[in-house]
Design a binder for this molecule. Structure first.
Ligand SMILES: *Cc1c(COP(=O)(O)O)cnc(C)c1O
Length: 431
């Protein structure tokens, strides 16, 4: 009898077809590591096909499912929008979900960001951000300003421009040195404020000012590039140096946005408004792919004054009504339910639960900020052993390089949080 949970395919059949035909993130073809088959997800739990095993999700599906899965309010928003239209083109047409979403983003983001480009993924929103910055200077008669500056250890996505500002060494895009645009790199930002490092940033920006269109960084937390935290004071240094030398400042808040670091956007830790800001990941509460690039009036005005006064970018699924409607509902949920208290509670749970990891052999560092908990080892992790250890504890984690980390949904209860931190410790011990 066919397994009813996977629509006619047994779990082994499904895995075999998956291995043969389906590419997974950063994976080889055919696949070498067997993925787990998820049948459904609800609250903070993933339910596996076949066995019906439930795993507590410590990953929020790569930072995105901040309210958990199968949420009644988000389901309702999707269903309601589905009854009207799931999509219409955005060229020459507009609709309430997109307009409402843009207005919400402008209202909730740092003062001064006024215009919103709706993109279909984080990487595309970074491409758009880069295009905005280069075009701004081109329109103002300074086409030589076309390079980017960033600090090492960053991650900005997998399409070409974002790849060029990912960490060039040890990162996922090392292979492409020589193909990628050569950008200007500062050292990775130290955890604490150091005047000498601030001077390095100032000096690099000044030295390259004539060729720099923008500085682009992940504020306060570098995510997929190594889960590192740094002093928000560096963001003020960047703001001042960029202003002094006619360089635009882009914050990639795709991972940090929507409360993850304890402020709505990480830029708020420094009280800084960037010229351009990218958001994505948690934008739709993890329901659908959508991202956005916000910019100031100054950036838009620069573009409008050019020989080509338009931003030539327009994805087919731009402003997708379904995604926009769910994004609005997700933001309403976030702002309506005291997110700060929830994130604070998760932060406390992570601090308490991960403290014992510091005593484990092979652990180099344990760090927590907002709803992000990281255990860094002094060696490359055995990913399958670490994943197995977490699954045995009933938790889904996805360690990488020398890191076991979690950024759980904000709605994770205290008992589930304790299980997540126990699983992180187990993965660190056995990985
Ligand atoms: C995930 C991520 C991206 C890329 O977003 P995608 O939706 O995966 O294209 C870019 N920047 C940061 C900081 C990210 O965390």
């Amino acid at each position: 009898m066919p397994d009813p949970h996977v629509s006619g395919l047994s779990v082994p059949e499904l895995l075999e077809l998956d291995r043969r035909h389906v590419w997974h993130p950063y994976g080889p073809m055919p696949g070498r590591q067997e993925p787990l088959v998820v049948e459904s997800a609800s609250g903070v739990r993933l339910r596996l096909a076949g066995t019906g095993t439930e795993l507590i999700d410590g990953m929020s599906s790569w930072w995105s499912a901040i309210h958990g899965y199968n949420h009644p309010a988000l389901n309702e928003a999707a269903r309601d929008q589905l009854g009207r239209m799931s999509h219409v083109m955005f060229g020459g047409l507009t609709h309430e979900p997109a307009v409402r979403l843009a207005k919400r983003l402008v209202d909730m983001s740092p003062e001064g960001l006024e215009h919103v480009f709706l993109a279909d993924s984080g990487s595309v929103s970074v491409e758009v951000a880069v295009k905005m910055c280069l075009q701004h200077w081109r329109s103002l008669g300074r086409p030589g300003k076309q390079r980017l500056l960033t600090w090492r250890g960053g991650y900005h996505g997998d399409t070409w421009q974002p790849m060029s500002v990912c960490d060039p060494e040890g990162g996922m895009h090392e292979l492409w040195q020589g193909v990628l645009q050569r950008q200007v790199f500062a050292d990775p930002p130290p955890v604490a404020y150091e005047e000498s490092y601030a001077d390095q940033l100032r000096e690099l920006i000044e030295r390259h000012a004539d060729e720099l269109a923008a500085v682009i960084v992940e504020p306060v937390v570098q995510g997929a590039g190594g889960m590192r935290f740094h002093s928000p004071a560096y963001l003020r240094v960047l703001r001042e140096a960029c202003d002094a030398h006619d360089v635009l400042l882009v914050f990639d808040e795709i991972a940090t946005g929507f409360g993850r670091t304890g402020t709505l956007f990480a830029a708020e830790h420094a009280g800084v408004t960037p010229d351009v800001m990218c958001v994505g990941k948690a934008l739709t509460g993890g329901y659908m792919t959508m991202a956005a690039t916000l910019c100031t009036a100054r950036v838009a005005d620069g573009i409008s004054r050019g020989e080509v006064p338009v931003l030539a970018h327009g994805p087919t699924f731009m402003g997708n009504p379904l995604a926009a409607a769910v994004a609005c509902a997700s933001i309403d949920l976030l702002l309506g339910q005291g997110w700060q208290t929830e994130v604070k509670r998760v932060e406390t749970g992570l601090r308490e639960g991960l403290a014992p990891a510091a005593e484990l052999p092979g652990v180099r560092d344990v760090r927590v900020l907002g709803a992000i908990g990281v255990v860094q080892l002094d060696h490359e992790i055995d990913m399958s052993a670490a994943t197995r250890a977490a699954v045995r504890e009933g938790v889904w984690l996805r360690p990488f390089r020398d890191l076991v980390y979690t950024m759980p949904p904000y709605v994770t209860g205290d008992a589930d949080l304790a299980r997540i931190t126990a699983a992180v410790c187990a993965a660190a011990r056995e990985g």
